[in-house]
Design a protein. Structure first.
Length: 181
């Protein structure tokens, strides 16, 4: 069963086929995909395929992706979740995006804090990593404020619009689940 999470201002819920227009609106924005490693969507079919991929990853326990909604307001403003989830190795990588219309309201930070808590407490993760384009200062700063630490740079690790980019590897550890000190 897909876990529904709540924060003070947000509901994190399963992304459904009915969310296709919201997903398209988010991922058809060049501002959103600039540091995503995914080409900007041009068709609604791409949004449908992404929703199917999120569902498939959850069913096969390879990832989990929540839709981000403001409490009392229907419609997704972004998504957040864990990619590269390895139950055996108790690790995953966090990824998220917010529609530019809702930037600078603290929504991403609030959602990250909630899923990190869920990842450590409910999913029994020891390590939550993050891969952030070197140029994406906003995301790096958000994660470091949440207790993530920079581990290093991966050279030419992600492609965006056929161009290779360096990324920063960050991580946060759950000391109660066996993470290093």
């Amino acid at each position: 069963m897909f876990p529904k999470l709540e924060t003070e201002r947000l509901v994190l819920r399963e992304i459904l086929p009915a969310d296709v227009e919201a997903i398209y609106s988010i991922f058809s924005s060049d501002e959103v995909t600039k540091y995503y490693g995914l080409d900007t969507f041009k068709t609604m079919e791409q949004a449908e395929m992404l929703i199917q991929a999120f569902t498939s990853n959850f069913q096969s326990e390879k990832g989990i992706r929540w839709g981000i909604e403001r409490k009392g307001v229907q419609g997704l403003i972004g998504t957040i979740g864990f990619n590269s989830w390895s139950k055996a190795h108790r690790r995953a990588e966090v990824g998220y995006e917010i529609h530019p219309e809702f930037w600078r309201n603290g929504y991403a930070s609030e959602a990250v804090a909630k899923i990190v808590e869920h990842g450590f407490q409910e999913m029994e993760l020891t390590r939550i990593g993050a891969i952030v384009f070197v140029e994406n200062d906003g995301s790096s700063q958000l994660l470091m404020k949440q207790g993530f630490e920079k581990e290093g740079i991966l050279r030419e690790y992600m492609y965006q619009n056929n161009e290779a980019f360096d990324v920063i590897m960050l991580a946060k550890f759950n000391r109660q689940n066996g993470g290093d000190e």
